[in-house]
Design a protein around this ligand. Structure first.
Ligand code: DQA
Length: 141
């Protein structure tokens, strides 16, 4: 099974950005964690990060041509703004899970709206790195 993990803007700064919200583990730690999650599993995992909306959309389109079976996306702040990323997910019809490190329902009002969620099968939030593991296991099952 081919899975694609997409991390959006500022997630490359994990460990540096707002550690009280996102913790002290780095983006590299997250990538290593994800690789461990698929160890000895029949999963071909691609991990992608971009700070650019269009690049994320291009990656979602590419997933269609690569016949990717599932997408796990933490769209960062694009969660709350990007109709274009939502449309891209709807366009490719690849089952997609939305993951957030923090619980976006318990933060500022503007974070409670998720456009991306409208195109996703499920949302996992507030579980830190473990949320990604849950998403990977969801696809394996
Ligand atoms: C986030 C939550 C978003 O509101 C924020 O803009 C992020 C990270 C999370 O993982 O909790 O960049 O997606």
């Amino acid at each position: 099974m081919k899975l694609l993990v997409i991390n959006g803007p500022n997630l490359n700064l994990l460990g540096v950005r707002e550690p009280s919200v996102y913790g002290t583990d780095t983006y590299e730690d997250l990538c290593n964690f994800l690789k461990k999650c698929v160890l000895n599993k029949d999963v071909e995992l691609e991990i992608y990060q971009s700070n650019h909306e269009g690049a994320i959309i291009d990656k979602i389109h590419e997933a269609y041509y690569k016949k990717t079976n599932g997408i796990i996306i933490n769209p960062g702040a694009y969660t709350h703004t990007s109709i274009a990323i939502m449309d891209a997910i709807k366009s490719v019809m690849i089952p997609t899970l939305e993951v957030h490190l923090s619980d976006i329902t318990k933060r500022e009002e503007f974070r409670k709206v998720s456009y991306i969620g409208l195109a996703c099968e499920k949302r996992i939030m507030g579980k830190g790195f473990l949320g990604y593991q849950e998403a990977i296991e969801y696809f394996i099952k």
